[in-house]
Design a protein around this ligand. Sequence first.
Ligand code: TRP
Length: 394
Amino acid sequence: MRIVSGMRPTGKLHLGHYFGVIKNWVKLQEEHETFFFVADWHALTTGYKNISALHENIEELMVDWIALGLDPQKSVLFIQSKVKEHAELYLLLGMITPKSWLEWNPTYKDLKYNLLRISDLELMIKNSIRDIVKEVVAKLPYKVEDFELLEEQLVDDMAQSIIKGIFEGYLARDILREINVSKRDFYETDTFGFLGYPVLQAADILIYKAKGVPVGEDQLPHIELTREIARRFNYLYGETFPEPEALLTPTSKLPGTDGRKMSKSYNNAIYFADSKEEVQSKVMKFFTDPQKLRKGDPGRPEICPVFFYHKIFTEEVTVKQIEEDCKKGALGCVDCKRMMFERLEAFLEPIREKRQKAKENIKQIKHAFLDGSHTASKIARQTLEEVRERMNLV
Ligand code: TRP
């Protein structure tokens, strides 16, 4: 089966990326024809203002992939922007994609919702400052021809500067959290490029006529849209694209150090680029059962993220022992964490070494990705020829 997937270069990878997606990729490359790419264009759909780290992020991602076992001998590894054919197919698919499909896409809808919250916020602010403005205007020592207009203008201006203050000033964090709006959403993603994100993703997949797309759950709406676009193309111009399926990883979400899902934005992640000491300090700070205050207290391993890690990294017999000892209060959290750290390190250390080596061989790795881009390009070109013909171009 032909398989395609991509990842945006947004920073270094953590354990959650590995257990959520990459572990699956590494397994799939053994049995299938696999294409994995760095989705640098996709990174620009949201991060176009902040490009200073893009180059570095792309390199770090390549290094992480190699260290985690993706192999250019087994998979076609490449950079999206090096295969321009994706862009041409994106353009052509854009012609047949109804705008409503994109506007109803959950990612985009959430953003729109955030923007609506902003206009709510603006209304709230206006209502609360209107009285003050009225008072001020009434006290003016000179005559104004149109009181109401002046009031509205003042209210408008003040509301705008207050909102600006909220988004740029020190209030940002609290208030934005309160209204569940992120600054980035507000300023950066009301663009054509962001609206078209799923069309570009559809082009990434369909250009290889892939049958399987190994992704995390959050990507399901995008895969569904890809299928719809494929169907519409086939209906309009004749059978061309197979409808790809999402290949989900069965493992449940890996918790971070605070017990929530591991994520960069929660600041609870363990990175492959972390040193042994950094990992140790993170492990010792792990959230544990809050009812287990001291060693003698009985614990609840089923709600403890440290135990979750034991289940992944520790031998089965020991896991059973830990579970029993924790429940009856014979094992304290500090000792339990120390044991977990040891097992986790046994997993991380070889990866850290491979990472280091990969960094030293970065030239070679870049070369491998360029090679991959050529290979991908060849296949992409064939699909495009067919697509152009179907659409009566040339
Ligand atoms: N949208 C994906 C993500 O954020 C990345 C991606 C881009 C992708 N193009 C793709 C994934 C094509 C699968 C197939 O993770």
